[in-house]
Design a protein around this ligand. Structure first.
Ligand code: ATP
Ligand code: MG
Ligand code: MG
Length: 380
């Protein structure tokens, strides 16, 4: 029996383990947190990613390794890759960990990106504010997620506050200044590349964020075939340049018909959770198939899906369960402000049916503002 090792034991590892069960797979999850939520479904090895003894034991017990967490130190990934197949490969992981490296790669590949400049000092920030222009966003190059490690700069007068907030981190994680993209929509493409180079992508997904955290996704996004082709082309270039194996996501801004790349996630992605019920093959199962060199499943969407993230605490399940098209995912995590603790997916054959269900659920849960932009799009 094949054992897949997963570095990181969050909800992504948990959903991977659930998707791998029908394939007859076993899992081993490496995580330093004793109550990591994947541990409820997969055996866990309690160790830090940097701990060589832990990594050595992990390597000895798995046939192949992958990630639930993109910030595993690249050195740990490289060390592991010398002992066991690791997908995606450590170089792909390293590029995706660093906003400067990933934006530089996108630009080299002809993929549109916002203006950007690397920032090592206060003087450089002033110079970059002039070249990049305002509004813009100062971000940490590494270790940011859910909008953390970012400071929005409206005018050069905000430079002092931005430097006060993030300057102390310049030496440890690096900083990048990015032009603010006044986008019409936020989209993402989730794609999978097999060990043989076959590439497939799920339909484009439209995403809404709340305070930098994904709040809702609609798939397929209501866009035309030309945009889908643009996204697929960008995904293919990135995947081939990195010799990528597995699932990844490109987060995109739609501005005046052009897809501008924001960042990539070298793993299964929150904007792909709808694929569990809303696609022929889920991102989790296809990731495992890719990593194991198995044939990839179809990424075709089954009707229309909306995914709602539950942030901080789980709401009542009943209104979603009462819908014929409702699917519930409770990650079994304890509540904490800003923490992703679960999600729901509503899947229907028609956009109007989906909008109706979404409206009922939003009202019953007092989440009208979370569902409103999605309903508006479905009724466009
Ligand atoms: P994630 O949880 O997706 O990894 P993150 O912390 O890496 O988030 P980003 O994706 O860079 O952060 O930014 C979070 C959100 O902030 C984006 O989804 C987008 O809504 C907004 N944002 C980020 N960069 C820009 C930009 N250059 N122009 C406009 N909006 C932006
Ligand atoms: Mg990110
Ligand atoms: Mg992001």
């Amino acid at each position: 029996m094949t054992t897949v090792g997963i570095l990181g034991g969050g909800q992504l590892a948990r959903m991977m383990a659930l998707a791998g069960a029908p394939l007859g797979l076993r899992f081993l999850v490496l995580d330093a947190t004793p109550d990591a939520c994947a541990g409820q479904f997969a055996p866990m090895l309690e160790a830090d990613y940097r701990d060589q003894a832990g990594l050595a034991e992990f390597a000895g017990r798995v046939d192949v390794a992958t990630f639930d967490f993109e910030n595993v130190p690249a050195e740990s990934a490289r060390w592991l890759a010398e002992r066991v197949p690791v997908f995606p490969n450590p170089r792909a992981l390293a590029v995706a960990q660093d906003r400067l490296a990933e934006k530089t790669l996108f630009r080299e590949l002809g993929i549109p990106v916002p203006e950007f400049a690397t920032i090592d000092s206060r003087e450089q920030l002033d110079a970059a504010l002039a070249s990049v222009g305002t509004p813009c966003i100062l971000k940490t190059r590494r270790l940011g997620y859910d909008g953390k490690g970012q400071f929005r700069i409206k005018s050069p007068a905000d430079a002092d506050a931005a430097w006060q907030a993030l300057g102390p981190q310049a030496a440890s994680v690096g900083l990048i200044l990015e032009g603010f993209v006044a986008f019409q929509r936020e989209l993402s493409v989730v794609a999978v590349r097999g060990r043989d180079g076959e590439l497939q992508a799920w339909p484009l997904t439209e995403n809404w964020h709340d305070h930098g955290i994904l709040s809702a996704s609609l798939a397929p996004a209501q866009t035309d075939a030309a945009l889908q082709a643009q996204a697929l082309d960008a995904a293919r270039r990135v995947a081939e340049a990195l010799d990528y194996v597995g699932v990844f996501a490109l987060e995109l801004f739609l501005k005046d018909g052009v897809l501008v790349a924001n960042e990539m996630a070298p793993r299964v992605h929150n904007s792909g959770h709808w694929t569990i019920e809303g696609a022929e093959t889920s991102q989790f199962q296809n990731h495992l198939r890719a990593v194991l060199g198995l044939p990839l499943g179809s990424t075709r969407a089954l009707g229309h899906s909306v995914m709602l993230n539950w942030i901080g605490a789980m709401p009542a399940a009943a209104p979603v369960l009462a819908e014929a098209c409702g699917h519930w995912h409770d990650y079994g995590k304890s509540p904490r402000e800003g923490r992703k603790v679960g999600h729901a997916t509503l899947r229907a054959d028609s956009a109007s049916e989906l909008a109706g269900a979404l409206e009922r659920v939003g009202k019953a849960l007092g989440r009208e503002s979370q569902v409103a932009p999605v309903i508006a799009r479905l009724r466009d």
